[in-house]
Ligand binder design. Structure first.
Ligand SMILES: [Zn+2]
Length: 223
């Protein structure tokens, strides 16, 4: 399956090279080395043979969004799920990402299965959310479950400010921390409410209402 995926989309996978000093200890293994500019034009390609490349672009796009929602330097524990399915079961890992400057690069790794990669050429791409999220000392903090966070990631329409809040989330032992200024959080809640109002699937709608309750609580009741 993995080999098939790589073959079908080989044009877009600048796989696999070696790079020193990745996010995981004992690195310098084989890793994905990807230039996001190589994905340009992929959206217009039609046909199932482009599915794997499109999914991989979206996957790495999430990595870019998470890394650019944060300042460079720090390794961030994101709540983004690893895409691998070893033994046909989803890998339980959540991705680590780190952005570096000069030269600009983004490292990512799954601590569970060890897959990792380095991304370049993301600046100015649709996934680039820089500058990093700031809260100007007016920070509201919400703790979401993984399910609730997945609903945020699944929202169809978000502006850049809201995307930045969503992708700046951090995974902790207690759940997923979403923190933002009052204004940014209020803005995000507006988008979630908009989508909940138009949602015809009742189960999804209840899920979104659930997310709104958690975010609302953080908004009205700051620490
Ligand atoms: Zn994994």
């Amino acid at each position: 399956m993995r080999a098939e995926r790589d073959l079908a989309a080989s044009r877009w996978f600048s796989t696999l090279g070696t790079a020193p000093g990745g996010l995981l200890a004992g690195s310098a293994r084989m890793m994905y080395v990807t230039d996001m500019r190589h994905f340009a034009g992929l959206d217009e390609m039609v046909g199932p043979q482009f599915g794997p490349a499109k999914r991989f672009a979206a996957y790495l796009g999430g990595v870019v969004s998470a890394a650019t929602a944060h300042l460079p330097g720090e390794a961030i524990a994101t709540a983004l799920a690893c895409h691998r399915r070893p033994g046909r079961k989803p890998c339980p890992g959540r991705l680590l990402v780190r952005r570096a400057e000069a030269p600009a690069r983004i490292e990512w790794a799954c601590p569970a299965c060890g897959e990792e990669g380095v991304i370049s050429g993301w600046e100015g791409s649709p996934w680039d959310l820089s500058p990093a999220l700031t809260t100007d000392g007016d920070e509201r903090v919400a703790l979401l479950s993984s399910d609730q966070y997945r609903r945020l990631l699944g929202l169809r329409l978000l502006d850049t400010d809201s995307l930045r809040v969503v992708y700046a989330a951090r995974l902790t032992g207690a759940g997923v921390i979403v923190s933002a200024s009052e204004e940014d959080l209020d803005n995000l809640i507006g988008y979630v409410a908009e989508e909940a109002n138009h949602e015809i699937d009742r189960r999804r709608q209840r899920g979104l209402d659930d997310v709104i309750r958690v975010l609302d609580a953080a908004l009205v009741d700051p620490e």
